[in-house]
Design a binder for this molecule. Structure first.
Ligand code: ZN
Length: 122
């Protein structure tokens, strides 16, 4: 009595079960779901509010030294609305003109204080 085994040898082939599966790739992302961040104002470059104008017109005595506070009002200047105080400004003939060193425009004078005592530069 001899019986032959009837099972067949199936060669192990890893490629036999592949080729029909869809590619396992994520769908393409369209657009950006995240909203763009809003630019925040930088406090370092924020323009200060304009200063109050002087209550009365400022007059200068001729040939007198003053402490003068002025402000740049040029909208394109980085010194816009930035007040500066010069400790010693000579009035010459009684006319003081403050010029912004950055934009070259005339700076309105906000305040002037006659120096007391007057400096002696003879
Ligand atoms: Zn300026």
């Amino acid at each position: 009595m001899s019986q032959e085994p009837e099972y067949e040898q199936i060669p192990a082939s890893p490629d036999a079960t592949e080729g029909e599966q869809p590619p396992n790739e994520p769908p393409p992302v369209e657009g950006d779901p995240l909203p763009e961040p809003q630019p925040e104002p930088d406090p370092e470059t924020e323009t200060p509010p304009p200063p109050d104008p002087p209550p009365t017109p400022i007059t200068f005595e001729p040939a007198t030294w003053y402490q003068v506070t002025s402000v740049c009002v040029t909208s394109t200047c980085v010194n816009l609305n930035t007040t500066t105080t010069e400790p010693e400004i000579y009035s010459n003939a009684g006319t003081v003109r403050m010029i912004c060193g950055l934009c070259g425009q005339l700076r309105p004078i906000l305040a002037a204080t006659k120096l007391n005592p007057q400096p002696n530069y003879d």
